[in-house]
Design a protein around this ligand. Structure first.
Ligand code: F6P
Length: 373
């Protein structure tokens, strides 16, 4: 193996640069040249790439947020939105052009750093004969077939720090403080930060909540002399028989990236204030969870992912996702990650959400965190 390429695609996550660095260093140690496509699949389509060099552009990046090679959202090259000369929207498949670009450049393996949308395209490229290796990136921790994605630990740490800060102001003012965190349709960030940050309630998409159960919890605290409460709510959480809070949809909401969630925190704080008479405030943590320096844990995890990915490529193991299972780096077929369906442009049905028998659910319940049920 002589030449490989990396792309980073979808929403960014802390640790992307740490993975890039690990791939570049491992590749160079083994006499392999490494290149990076600029802005994810967009760069692949435009044939826009740069050489990565551990003593040049890929140096000093371990602790940096974002990605030195850029990323793009909503660039599904198998079904890309275009506008024709009559101003009409048309969806086109540009994947053959991308495959040709890879062949012309002489890249023997494409490393795809991304969440499930990115891995779905990776799987589809592998079906077209490209050697692909996926690495699971997302703060949401919702990629199937791996126990943890890189970026997630940093997001949980950021949410935990926010909860620590909300606690003191909640206590000072005798308020209910609601913190809305990201995670899309999975409640991982909510549940872990609620445990780490000592929240009273954790409301996750997997358990549509009963507002009366949340109020019971607040009242039980009051009865014990606690004049304040702190609640973490997922952006994808909803009340029993209620709707998810959607800020905006694009392209009729088809596909994972075409639904922008938001508002769950405001909605909950409003309902609680109305029903309890206790002053309630919502804070939306937003993109702070994704930006900035990765935690030490994420730097190590990202480095492990990058090293393993190059080792797999050198062994000729392709069309897999590098996966972290039971404390060890391993790999799984991309089909196991995104599902076997071949509906072009559709979101994967295999997102890893929290199962009700997950040990985190048990721990949360045992220490009295109200899950809204
Ligand atoms: O998937 C990561 C994530 O940050 C989600 O938690 C959030 O819902 C979404 O991306 C926001 O996406 P965008 O960058 O398109 O606003």
């Amino acid at each position: 193996m002589k030449k490989i390429a990396i792309l980073t695609n979808g929403g960014d996550a802390p640790g992307l640069n740490a993975v890039i660095r690990a791939i570049v260093k491992t590749a160079e140690n083994n006499g392999i040249e490494c290149y990076g496509y600029i802005e994810g699949y967009r760069g692949l389509l435009d044939n826009n790439y740069v050489k990565l060099d551990s003593s040049g552009n890929a140096s000093g990046i371990l602790n940096k947020g974002g990605t030195i090679i850029g990323t793009s959202n909503n660039t599904n090259v198998f079904n890309l939105k275009t506008v024709n000369e009559n101003g009409e929207v048309e969806y086109k498949d540009f994947s053959d052009k991308c495959v040709q670009n890879i062949k012309d450049a002489g890249f023997e393996c494409l490393f795809t750093l991304g969440g499930d949308g990115t891995q779905k395209s990776s799987r589809d490229f592998s079906r077209k004969g490209v050697n692909c290796i996926g690495i699971p990136k997302t703060i949401d921790n919702d990629v199937a077939a791996t126990d943890i994605t890189f970026g997630y630990n940093t997001a949980v740490s950021v949410a935990t720090e926010a909860l620590d800060r909300l606690h003191t102001t909640a206590e000072a003012h005798h308020r209910i403080m609601v913190l809305e965190v990201m995670g899309r349709y999975a409640g991982w960030i909510t549940l872990e930060s609620a445990i780490a940050g000592g929240a009273d309630c954790a409301l996750i998409p997997e358990i549509p909540y009963d507002i009366n159960k949340v109020i019971d919890k607040i009242n039980r605290r009051k009865a014990k002399g606690k004049q304040f409460s702190v609640i973490v709510v997922s952006e994808g959480a909803r009340e029993k028989d209620g709707e998810m809070s959607i800020k905006r949809t694009f392209d009729e909401g088809k596909g994972l990236d075409n639904v922008r969630l938001g508002g769950a925190g405001e909605k909950l704080a409003g309902r609680l204030e109305e029903m309890t008479g206790i002053a309630s405030r919502a804070t939306v943590l937003g993109y702070v969870q994704r930006g900035g320096t990765p935690s030490a844990y994420d730097r190590v995890l990202s480095t492990k992912y990058g090293v393993k990915a190059v080792e797999l490529a050198m062994k000729g193991i392709f069309n897999v996702l590098v996966s972290y299972k039971h404390g060890e780096m391993t790999y799984v077929p991309l089909d196991d990650v995104v599902g076997k369906d071949s509906v072009v442009g559709a979101a994967s049905s295999k997102n890893r959400t929290i199962e009700m028998d997950d040990p985190l659910i048990h721990v949360a319940r045992q220490i009295g965190i109200c899950l809204g049920d």
